[in-house]
Unconditional design. Structure first.
Length: 222
């Protein structure tokens, strides 16, 4: 059976879920935060060490300003309400992406949350904010050059926002694409596409997907 160390999730379909249920689109994101907790619980129960969630892409900056502000207010609220739960369950929080584009207030909140949970070692939850894989790779190569290191696969890997390879990439929301998410880390990842919209994702479906992953034959190109 395959060991699942790193699960990555594209959390798609929040707005469509809200429309389908006859509620405001932004409320779909609120329900999505509740689903995040379910996924975290599954990861703890399954002994997964890394969970990476695609929260806000570099392309999402093109959305209406009102929506962007709501999403970041929701993130701030999530951080305010989740610290005790993260500490109780020994969950570390880490943000990845081009964080310099965030407001100073939100950036400081993120760094404070990271600092308070940095000692937690049961699960690391990586949240991709203002993130694009191509941008990440470009930034990593620039770091390698600035450090005057040889441009090698290992040196690029160690200068990415997150160096751990992804074992399973889960894309919910019916689309069959990976949307510029962890391209380097997903080189040999198994991929599962689900038609479920993210707020509707259940722990039962998560575990079923993980069981499917464990039974797959992974060859890593060999």
């Amino acid at each position: 059976m395959n060991e699942l160390k790193h699960l990555a999730v594209v959390m798609d379909g929040n707005r469509r879920w809200a429309r389908k249920n006859g509620i405001l689109e932004k409320i779909g994101y609120l329900h999505g935060t509740k689903t995040i907790q379910k996924v975290i619980e599954v990861c703890i129960e399954e002994g997964i060490s890394n969970l990476t969630l695609f929260a806000f892409s570099t392309e999402n900056w093109q959305r209406p300003q009102e929506e962007i502000e709501y999403l970041f207010d929701l993130l701030k609220k999530y951080l305010d309400e989740s610290l005790d739960r993260f500490l109780l369950n020994q969950v570390r929080f880490r943000a990845i992406g081009e964080l310099s584009r965030l407001s100073k207030s939100l950036y400081n909140d993120i760094k404070e949350f990271e600092n308070k949970t940095k000692h937690c070692n049961k699960l690391c939850v990586n949240v991709a904010i203002s993130y694009g894989a191509k941008d990440e790779i470009v930034r990593a190569v620039k770091k390698v050059v600035e450090k005057k290191l040889p441009i090698t696969e290992d040196n690029i890997t160690m200068n990415l926002d997150i160096s751990e390879d992804v074992d399973l990439l889960l894309r919910v929301g019916s689309a069959s694409r990976i949307s510029n998410f962890l391209l380097w880390q997903c080189a040999y990842a198994e991929i599962f596409f689900s038609k479920t919209l993210f707020p509707g994702l259940t722990k039962k479906e998560c575990k079923k997907i993980i069981d499917d992953f464990k039974k797959r034959k992974r060859t890593f190109g060999k």
